[in-house]
Write a protein that binds this ligand. Sequence first.
Ligand SMILES: Nc1ncnc2c1ncn2[C@@H]1O[C@H](COP(=O)(O)OP(=O)(O)OP(=O)(O)O)[C@@H](O)[C@H]1O
Length: 231
Amino acid sequence: MGEAINTSEILSATGVDLFYGAQMAVRDAHLSVARGEVVAITGQSGSGKSSLLYCLAGVLPPARGDVRFEGRSLTRLGDDEISGLRRERFGFVFQYGELLPELTIEENTALPLRLAGQRKGPALAAAGAVLERLGLGELRERRPSQVSGGQSQRVAVARALVHRPAVVFADEPTGSLDSANATAVLEEFLGLARSQDTAVILVTHDPAVAARADSHYTMADGVLAPREATA
Ligand SMILES: Nc1ncnc2c1ncn2[C@@H]1O[C@H](COP(=O)(O)OP(=O)(O)OP(=O)(O)O)[C@@H](O)[C@H]1O
């Protein structure tokens, strides 16, 4: 039965080290993520969580070790291939959502589909459907400045999932929200991700958030260690 997780593995890290100059930020990280799995990474500020996420997403190349997506080593891919992967197979959510102020909520949500070459009509229709699903249908025409913090974070979630990515990388995705809002947004986020079999790598400082994941790792001084499964 131990083999089952390997056959469904979507992303892995093996012996990953990352440095900023002489400073080591990630040390010998090992991680295996299955298709559709929600993985939480907790740890103190400065422990290396974001740095690991950047390595896993192919944003920063590791100094040593390997990151594989669907069995392909990211370090062997060219810049165009990595960009393509990030655009089409990965999704991202950050602490403040980071919506583009000049686009409407619907256009912001449709962005990954437009960047992947989809035509405007179908892209906006797909964005509208995801917004509807998250209870945001009425906000379609508004700009980010005209919605609340919780709503803009929900829009960021919609945008991260609209192109049905294989993996979403979420760095403190509810860190800017009060706890009631954070819980609601997180539930919607994980519910939608699970429904489309998207794996989620969730960096958080909140143990209650981590408790909703399928597996939980902690980071301290750049060292990643597994904790007991929480699901
Ligand atoms: N661009 C950078 N240049 C130099 N050092 C950096 C850089 N980014 C991060 N670091 C350092 O690397 C270490 C890990 O930082 P990282 O942001 O990965 O931690 P974190 O666990 O995500 O922290 P937080 O919870 O505060 O976001 C820290 O010591 C940090 O100061």
